[in-house]
Design a protein around this ligand. Structure first.
Ligand SMILES: [Zn+2]
Length: 529
């Protein structure tokens, strides 16, 4: 690799000193952009996007990413991180409104065909919920200030661009948190690692820093889970409940097919997610600056027009890291220890918490809102039912499936996906593994359906004497049992085994080697409501 001649090294030394000082070349160089503007920028971003940025002194979040990462996954993950919760709240409110209007007979519905359905059907919440969810997910305008390189550094004026690059340390210094959008190329890009180094350097030693590491597959994985739930809930909800009807076999076949396709996609993505996290864990624990790459060295210091590149990014950035951390080894150890520790902590407490699970499976709530609305809409055709008892049954059953059964099933399926995450070689081997996990999940689902029926049967035997004491006894017993199962699944079992987040951290430079020191063990995923 040919580096520029020695006489340029003094200039590079001065550049490195300027960057390492973490001061802006002028106060107006420090700029941010609102997250909603940054989210709109895709692959086809124009060079004029710089005009949307504004001068500031504080940046809420610095978005650090590798330009080699897939832009679709990046945008989906950012949309998920910023817009998922507003989308869940707005869509559920919309679903509640239309279900209430249907219950009050202000919205029309099909006739209740008692030959087909034991319970009446409604569809408004399942129609409106997904539409609002997708609209808010795509169009919500988060207003927090963020740094995105291509929008906050002028790409047209070479002087302004150089000024922005020299102030990169200053951008990181005034950022409150760093969001790493991780993909396999991230830890190999020197600029990405430099951003991480600068951020760590500006945080007080020993204090917890706001570093969020999110694999790019997180967004597609979570959004797919919600969309899968929509499809599965619709498929399950529209199969006739009465047995022996003409054509019901075909409908059942269709339902099973939809269920299989939805679960197949979810399990495949979960396995990829766990593989990605494992790769990230391994890359960080063996991190070395030697293996990082940068544009100028890769192009042998000749730009696209054939002109020589005078300043080598690698020499400047490594000099900055030396200025901040003393030696490159100290920084490498910091990445292997502190960044890895931060990642493990996030893995064990942040990813797929109970809250994440119930927001991702929100279509279940919409479908039960439909059920409640329909029960009230057709109440006059339902002898022996009062609006209160109809509503109680819908709420108890809905809560049981949404808050108990589905979270338990997902933990079960995730746990299997984590255990069998390794990609298998050989034709159909990997497909067979996914199929095996899918069959186990469907079997567990069938188990819960039977369990609910069994409880109804058991309570039915003593119905007359027991229901006076506790109304809707079978629904209450079912709800309590499945909530207990979900609590055991999330608190005691978790989506991955303890060993998945256990790594023997290397000793800090200057600390004596202590091979007998136990590995850092962090709590498994917590039930964080
Ligand atoms: Zn270079």
């Amino acid at each position: 690799m040919a580096h520029p001649s020695y006489d340029i090294s003094e200039i590079m030394g001065r550049v490195a000193d300027k960057v390492a000082a973490m001061e802006p070349t002028s106060p107006e160089v420090i700029r941010a952009v609102t997250a909603c503007h940054a989210l709109r920028c895709g692959r086809g971003i124009s060079r004029h996007e710089y005009r949307k940025s504004f001068p500031t002194t504080q940046i809420k979040q610095f978005w650090s990413h590798s330009w080699q990462g897939g832009w679709r996954s990046k945008i989906t993950t950012l949309l998920f991180l910023h817009n998922h919760i507003p989308a869940v709240i707005c869509s559920s409110l919309g679903a509640l409104v239309v279900a209430s209007l249907f219950a009050a007979k202000l919205l029309p519905g099909p006739e209740w065909d008692k030959e087909l359905w034991i319970y009446p059907r409604g569809f408004w919440a399942m129609l409106v919920g997904p539409v609002i969810y997708l609209l808010v997910l795509l169009l919500w305008q988060p207003q927090q200030s963020v740094f995105l390189d291509i929008m906050c550094i002028d790409q047209e004026d070479p002087r302004q661009k150089a000024s922005g690059m020299l102030s990169m340390g200053a951008f990181l210094k005034c950022s409150n948190s760093l969001l790493v959008l991780w993909d396999p190329s991230y830890t190999r890009r020197l600029w990405c690692i430099f951003e991480l180094a600068a951020f760590l350097h500006t945080r007080p030693t020993g204090k917890k820093f706001k570093l969020l590491v999110r694999p790019l597959i997180l967004g597609p994985c979570s959004v797919l889970l919600t969309l899968t739930m929509v499809v599965v809930v619709i498929a399950i909800g529209w199969v006739p409940q009465r047995d022996g009807l003409a054509g019901s076999e075909a409908l059942w076949g269709g339902q099973v097919l939809v269920l299989f396709i939805g679960l197949w996609a979810m399990i495949s993505v979960s396995r990829r997610y766990f593989r990605a996290v494992e790769q990230l864990r391994n890359e960080l624990s063996h991190f070395s600056l030697e293996e990082t790459e940068c544009f100028c060295c890769q192009r042998n210091h000749v730009d696209r027009s054939g002109n020589p590149i005078q300043i080598c990014d690698r020499m400047v950035l490594l000099q900055c890291i030396r200025t901040w951390f003393g030696t490159l080894e100290v920084f490498e150890q910091m990445v292997r220890r502190e960044v890895l520790k931060c990642l493990l902590e996030e893995l064990s407490s942040q990813f797929f918490t109970y809250r994440h699970c119930i927001t991702a499976t929100i279509p279940l709530l919409w479908s039960h809102l439909d059920m409640a609305g329909a029960m009230l809409h057709y109440l006059d055709q339902w002898p022996g039912r009062t609006w209160r008892s109809a509503l109680d049954v819908a709420i108890l059953r809905g809560a049981g499936w949404w808050l108990g059964v589905v979270p338990t099933l997902l933990v079960f399926s995730m746990r299997l996906s984590c255990a069998f995450r390794k990609k298998r070689e050989g034709p159909f081997c990997d497909t067979l593994v996914t199929f095996g996990i899918l069959l186990c999940t469907v079997a567990a689902f069938a188990g819960f359906v039977q369990f609910e029926r069994y409880i109804m049967f058991l309570v039915g035997i003593f119905k007359d004497s027991l229901e006076i004491v506790v109304p809707h006894l079978s629904e209450c017993v079912f709800l309590l049992s499945v909530l207990l199962a979900a609590a055991v699944a999330f608190f005691c079992i978790g989506i991955h085994p303890r060993s998945f987040t256990e790594v023997a951290l290397p000793p800090q430079i200057g600390e004596p080697d202590s091979p007998n020191e136990p590995p850092a063990v962090l709590g498994r995923n917590q039930l964080s409501l």
